[in-house]
Write a protein of this length. Structure first.
Length: 550
């Protein structure tokens, strides 16, 4: 049965009704009077009529990955209608969060397993409902033993069966696409999974342009190399359907980061951060807040807006206790590290203290801890403290090994990329420059095998940018230029990549290339930047060049 629905049709439909004139491309459109709009969901849950609209809203929250709020909403439905088995399914779905780096605790797994059992024992519902419950049960099976990726593979396989049986059901299709994206990192052909998911999501969008899963998961489907320019109209429409949902305000910037559109990254994440403060996680600030502010810091630094980046960093640290998840841990480690490394303030980087703040359970979060050690190690080697640099590199190796032992292939690779860059700098400082180059080239080779993780706006120090820096120091500017230009293809419009490329081109005697990169740099930076490289670019290009981008 097709569940395609026109906007505003039916009392059970949770809909944001947007007049065509309101659907402009900018993030301001459709914000006024939208209330708690989430988009169009019509799940037709086998529950009491009084809670069906609430159920649609809870599914909408699931699609927006507002998991704390979704869990609360499903719990309230289960309390009002104890025979609504699908509310139990919804609680279980809110606990495992397939695309996020957070892994469910033993308590989460036991709770999810119990909720799925109850879902199977209460009101039966349709074949569609039983298929969804079976898929979620596949994830929670063996709560005390099976590891994460085994669970994800089982869920994805069961969701494929559910989709094949109910291809016209919009929510089944959306969750199937999500399952494809979730299993893609451990597949042999990751692009194929993203393409398959994108095709399914486009089909949902064509039937219901305000379905939250269609919009949200389409952005994730295109948040990979080579797909960032796809379906931009979908990207820009996301906040129209959910203008008060922090994750909806943030998600388009996954694409804008890949395109180097820094003003849009800043505008949307400022709105997302402010909205996130209205959705506390118990007595803590939601992790949606630092997720937005880290993207803000990153974008300001690419524009050379150091004072603005510092203000956002200080604002975040002043908030006190954040939701103690992987996401919060990652951003609390990354933001101070970015602020030091992007500015090449090596004394600041060397002074960073890993595992800060102490209330984060760092033993669960290997990659976030490694980021702090990476920044600290870079600062140490650049300030001549090789003992501290080696200590940082050794700790990163331990964390990479632990990630590998836990079956976290991508986390292992992210840490190993950074460790090899640091090892390359240490080798260079010890007079073994060719070994240093080999190490950083090896980091670049690994980087080519992984995608940017959705949790991060970008690498602390991209491997090809690091290679370009070292090759310039070794007096090999032509090779350095090639490295910077390779980095530009992966991480476009980064300040330090553009400046490095401009300088390398000049040193190689390629004046046209130097001018092109200096011009691109001035197109990126903000009007108030005081970075040394900006003054250098203006001098090279002459006074006729516009002072900076806007």
């Amino acid at each position: 049965m097709s569940r395609s629905i026109p906007c505003c049709a039916g009392a059970l439909v949770l809909v944001l009704c947007l007049a065509p004139a309101a659907r402009s491309a900018g993030p301001e459109s459709g914000h006024h009077g939208a209330g708690d709009a989430l988009g169009a969901v019509r799940f037709e849950a086998p529950c009491a009529p009084a809670v069906r609209a609430d159920f649609d809203r809870a599914v909408g929250l699931l699609h927006h990955m507002m998991y704390v709020e979704a869990k609360r909403a499903f719990e309230e439905i289960a309390a009002k209608d104890p025979e609504c088995g699908m509310a139990r399914w919804g609680i279980a779905m809110s606990l495992f969060q397939p695309l996020w780096p957070t892994r469910p605790t033993v308590e989460d797994l036991e709770r999810g397993s119990e909720e799925v059992r109850k879902a199977g024992e209460t009101r039966a519902g349709s074949d569609r409902d039983r298929a969804l419950v079976a898929a979620t049960e596949a994830f929670y099976r063996e709560p005390a033993s099976a590891e994460w990726w085994t669970r994800i593979r089982r869920w994805a396989a069961a969701m494929q069966q559910a989709y094949e049986a109910h291809p016209e059901d919009l929510d089944v299709a959306a969750f199937y696409a999500l399952s494809q994206l979730s299993v893609a990192p451990v597949s042999d052909d990751r692009p194929a999974y993203h393409s398959r998911a994108a095709k399914v999501l486009l089909g949902i969008y064509e039937k219901e342009a305000t379905h939250p899963g269609a919009l949200h998961y389409t952005i994730h489907a295109n948040d990979v190399e080579g797909r960032a320019g796809e379906s931009i109209e979908v990207v820009r429409s996301y906040d129209d359907i959910a203008p008060n949902v922090p994750h909806a305000l943030h998600m388009p910037t996954h694409i804008f980061v890949r395109l180097g559109e820094w003003p849009e990254v800043i505008e949307w994440n400022r709105k997302s951060a402010d909205a996130a403060l209205k959705f506390p996680a118990g007595d803590a600030v939601s992790h949606h807040y630092p997720h937005a502010t880290d993207y803000l810091v990153y974008a300001h630094l690419q524009r050379g807006e150091d004072a603005q980046a510092k203000a956002v960093l200080e604002e975040t640290l002043a908030k006190g206790k954040l939701q103690p998840t992987f996401i919060s841990a990652f951003h609390l480690a990354a933001m101070p590290a970015r602020y030091a490394v992007e500015r090449r303030e090596w004394k600041e980087a060397a002074a960073l203290t890993p595992r800060t703040p102490a209330w984060i359970p760092w033993e669960r979060f290997l990659w976030p801890e490694a980021i702090a050690w990476f920044a600290r190690g870079l600062g140490a080697v650049q300030t001549g403290d090789l003992l501290a640099a080696r200590e940082a590199e050794q700790r990163m190796k331990e964390l990479a090994d632990r990630a590998s032992a836990a079956g976290e292939r991508d986390f292992n690779r992210y840490v190993e990329i950074d460790r090899l860059i640091l090892a390359g700098r240490i080798a260079h400082a010890e007079g073994q420059s060719e070994e240093g180059v080999r190490n950083i080239r090896a980091a670049a080779e690994i980087e080519a095998t992984v995608e940017k993780h959705p949790v991060t706006p970008g690498a602390l120090l991209p491997s090809y940018e690091a290679l370009g820096d070292l090759l310039r120091e070794l007096g090999r500017p032509k090779e350095a230029l090639e490295a910077y230009e390779a980095s530009q293809k992966i991480w476009p419009r980064r300040y330090n990549t553009l400046l490095g490329a401009a300088r390398a081109a000049g040193e190689a005697g390629d004046a046209p290339a130097a001018r092109a990169h200096y011009s691109a740099l001035l197109d990126v930076v903000g009007p108030e930047t005081e970075r040394e490289g900006v003054a250098e670019a203006r001098k090279i290009l002459g006074t006729s060049q516009a002072k900076s981008g806007t």
